[in-house]
Design a protein around this ligand. Structure first.
Ligand code: ZN
Ligand code: ZN
Length: 369
């Protein structure tokens, strides 16, 4: 019998994204799950077929190989589950999602570790330039005393009498007859009669661990860094969860952030605005000189290219925007006043131009400019 196309098996298109493929697979896995179709060989083979297709399509490397070479490309590299147990081993997380638990080898309850979230506050400059921090995390690790079994050394757990070691019991739920974790042994299939004194039978202990985390330059408030496998330990061979570091960036006294652009507000005198002025501008590194041109208006924004924040995973930077506010003097000397009056007198020589300009401004305001 020739093999069916993996995309066809899952009922997805070649362009499908990971999420869609996962959803399609979950649906099929639920439908053809052996627990729901006891003794149905066709359901079981469909279940295996779907699992094989999913195993390839969820992995970008295998998927690319399959797209290019078809089933031929898969020989020797993945695909082909021998038993349902292999499937449970490979996709414990999905079955955990569907059935609330999953079976590990030997009837032991396999469980993926929990994801952890760590809220990390970093300074504006550290977020801009990147930094490395050491986090102290609470973690559960397998107990060393009992090697994670939960039984006191030298003793072993007994087979659960309620489920006969299966770890699951059948239950009617609506139309379905499904397996649920055995309430007597919590799905372990075994009961600990002599609990380990170190972990009191849990099989794991709470500890703290230190982890160095590199914070990439350019992270923003609310950025999430995912550290695969740094979450809590799984149970009975289940995979570790992930660690999510959620970044909180403190505000800065000098800069504001607008995407990857930095904004800096600065005040200049009306004389500097009128005559032009060379000013020194703070940046994330060394200050730079910038020319404020003659006739600069209050609120004008100047741009220094590339002096903003780096775009994550790219060598490009945003810009530094300098927002100029023109300050009107409030406390001027008699001499300055005289000079300004002379200046005003000169201005009055060209009244028409001034009125026109004012009119234009007012009109722009009304138009919402
Ligand atoms: Zn222990
Ligand atoms: Zn049991």
């Amino acid at each position: 019998m020739s093999k069916r196309d993996y995309y066809e098996i899952l009922g997805v298109s070649v362009e499908s994204q990971d999420g869609e493929i996962k959803r399609a697979y979950r649906k099929l896995a639920f439908e053809y799950h052996p627990d729901r179709n006891p003794g149905d060989d066709e359901a079981e083979s469909k279940f295996k077929e779907a699992a094989e297709a999913y195993e390839v399509l969820r992995d970008s490397e295998k998927r690319t190989r399959y797209d290019r070479f078809g089933h031929e490309g898969m020989n020797g590299g993945g695909g082909g589950f021998q038993s349902s147990e292999d499937i449970f081993g490979a996709f414990g997380d999905i079955f955990g999602d569907i059935f609330g638990f999953s079976q590990g080898r030997g009837g032991q309850r396999m469980q993926a570790g929990s994801d952890l979230r760590y809220n990390l506050t970093v300074s504006f400059r550290d977020a801009a330039k990147g930094t490395e921090v050491e986090l102290t995390l609470p973690v559960t690790e397998p107990c060393e005393e009992c090697d994670g079994s939960g039984s006191a050394p030298g003793t072993s757990p007994e087979t659960c009498s309620q489920c006969g070691g299966r770890g699951a019991v059948e239950q009617n739920q609506g139309f379905f007859r499904i397996s649920v974790p055995c309430p007597s042994c919590n799905g372990r299939g075994q009961v600990i009669t002599n609990p380990c004194s170190e972990c009191r039978g849990a099989g794991y202990v709470r500890k703290e661990k230190n982890l160095n985390v590199r914070i990439p330059a350019g992270v923003d408030n609310g950025s999430r860094l995912r550290l695969r496998g740094e979450g809590e330990a799984g149970l009975n061979g289940g995979p570790h969860g992930d660690l999510y570091v959620v970044i909180n960036v403190q505000p800065d006294k000098v800069f504001r952030r607008q995407g990857q652009d930095l904004v800096l507000s600065t005040e200049i005198s009306f004389v500097q605005a009128a005559l032009g002025y060379k000013m020194s501008v703070q940046t994330l590194d060394e200050p730079v000189d910038m020319d404020i041109p003659k006739g600069t208006q209050s609120g004008e924004v100047f741009q220094l290219r590339g002096l903003g924040l780096p775009y994550l995973g790219s060598s490009h930077n945003g810009n530094l925007l300098i927002e100029v506010k023109v300050k009107t003097p409030t406390n001027i000397s008699r001499k300055q006043e005289e000079l300004l009056e002379q200046f005003a007198a000169l201005e009055e020589d060209k009244p028409m131009k001034k009125v026109k300009k004012l009119f234009k401004k007012a009109k722009n305001k009304v138009m919402g400019d």
